[in-house]
Design a binder for this molecule. Structure first.
Ligand SMILES: [Zn+2]
Length: 440
């Protein structure tokens, strides 16, 4: 089980804290400020505070803003004669005030010359909360409980803290509301990192925290990478009919960096995404194309480290073929080939399926259309073989070669002409690819 600990520490700063900030209870004056925190620079809501003063006796009343340094920082209501039971309403817009806590002080001198005072705090907050995700180190692999440390800094209490979980391509899988403590800062809590009530599948995720303070200012932390790795149930798929009028072209091996970059360029020109199953040795030799694959929003999957016939290997050798591919993707592109795996030549046995599951691959992706592009047929023949056999939800096995790369632009046009939209496996599966089945 993937358990996560989130510790939110509150550091509420206050440049001006008047020493006598404890409100004075006066039998003759009542004062309220609404709201008690505001942003003078806000365009609409909460850009000023409304002060209401009720005097129970007649006399001379004045209202001042006070700070620790200045007995009268600003006079809001000059000395004014009031009658018993009078209500004085005035606004303070905090123009020019530095963020911090200020005192609103009411002074009433009654007709007998007796002075009463009341003081209430109001917070000026024009800055966004500073929210940081701390100890989650890049490279940390979550196989068990994980401590996520967050710090929040603001002059007024926070009302909402949200954790956003994106996959490695920047697709938001969901958000998790983090409880805010009674002092508005937050507290320590232990929880399993569940998104939409499901555990994250193994993979690389980007986490970020958003904090909203009582004034409505929003602060966001820098993103942090979380690597999740654990055993899962492996499922074998040949097509994905539920994906609708989509077709998954998936390019294997990635031997030629030139052909690899050419395919990426063609998909960018066509405003479409696709999938690459590269061998670890080729990811290591072609880091530029590996990086461009992720930057272009394409799905990656594992095709083992060195393209062996897996069933001829021992269980531990099969596992190390997958481990090698996972590690090189992390080292080269801070990315993960999970949850997708395609065995070389499509060759697998029960040991292969068990190895894929134990290494965190939820899906072994085979195909229902094989145009034998490794025999380098002329582009027109290659395209014809695919369009003759492709149906909605088909998955096509292709290779990163010069011949196939040259056919890609026309292949995309031909498929669209038949009502089939080329999509990456991420697009065909949706966010479900990254969320475990319930109770797993
Ligand atoms: Zn292959």
């Amino acid at each position: 089980m993937l358990a996560t600990t989130l510790i939110v520490a509150a550091l509420i700063g206050s440049p001006f804290t008047p020493r006598a900030m404890v409100p004075v209870t006066s039998p003759t004056i009542a004062i309220t400020t609404t709201p008690s925190a505001f942003n003078p620079q806000a365009s609409a809501r909460a850009s000023e505070t409304v002060i209401v003063v009720v005097a129970s006796v007649a006399g001379t009343l004045r209202v001042d803003v006070v700070t620790e340094a200045e007995p009268v920082y600003e006079n809001v209501v000059p000395a004014t004669l009031v009658t018993a039971g009078s209500i004085t309403t005035v606004t303070w817009d905090g123009a020019g005030a530095v963020d911090g806590t200020y005192g609103l002080q009411v002074t009433l001198v009654d007709t007998a010359g007796v002075t009463s005072q009341a003081l209430t705090p109001v917070v000026v907050d024009s800055t966004a909360p500073v929210v940081r995700l701390g100890t989650l180190g890049s490279g940390q692999t979550a196989v068990g409980p994980v401590a996520i440390r967050a710090t929040v800094k603001d002059v007024s209490p926070l009302t909402r803290i949200t954790l956003t979980v994106d996959n490695q391509l920047g697709t938001t899988l969901g958000t998790v509301n983090v409880p805010v403590s009674s002092d508005g800062g937050g507290g320590k809590l232990d929880w399993n990192l569940r998104v939409r009530k499901r555990l994250l599948q193994p993979g690389v995720y980007r986490l970020r925290l958003t904090g909203v303070d009582g004034v409505g200012n929003v602060g966001e932390s820098a993103p942090r990478l979380l690597r999740v790795d654990r055993a899962v149930k492996n499922t074998i798929i040949y097509s994905l009919r539920e994906a609708g009028p989509a077709i998954g072209l998936a390019f294997d091996d990635c031997v030629s960096e030139q052909a690899w970059l050419s395919i990426i360029k063609s998909f960018r020109a066509a405003k479409a995404h696709t999938t690459f199953f590269c061998n670890g040795v080729n990811v290591r030799s072609n880091p530029t194309a590996a990086g461009a694959t992720l930057a272009g929003g394409h799905t990656i999957g594992s095709h083992t480290w060195a393209h062996p016939e897996l069933p001829s290997l021992s269980a531990s050798e099969q596992v190390s073929q997958l481990k090698g591919d996972k590690e090189i993707w992390w080292r080269v592109a801070k990315a993960s080939p999970m949850p997708f795996f395609r065995p070389p030549f499509g060759l697998r046995n029960a040991t292969t399926d068990a190895a894929a599951g134990s290494e965190g691959f939820a899906y072994t992706v085979l195909w229902d259309v094989d145009p034998s592009d490794y025999l380098n047929p002329p582009p027109a023949v290659l395209i014809d073989r695919i369009t003759q056999h492709a149906r909605a939800g088909s998955i096509v096995v292709l290779h990163v070669s010069a011949n196939t790369a040259a056919a890609v632009p026309e292949l995309i046009r031909a498929l669209r002409g038949r009502g089939l939209e080329p999509q990456s496996l991420d697009e065909m599966f949706g966010v479900a690819a990254y969320l475990a089945q319930r109770n797993r």
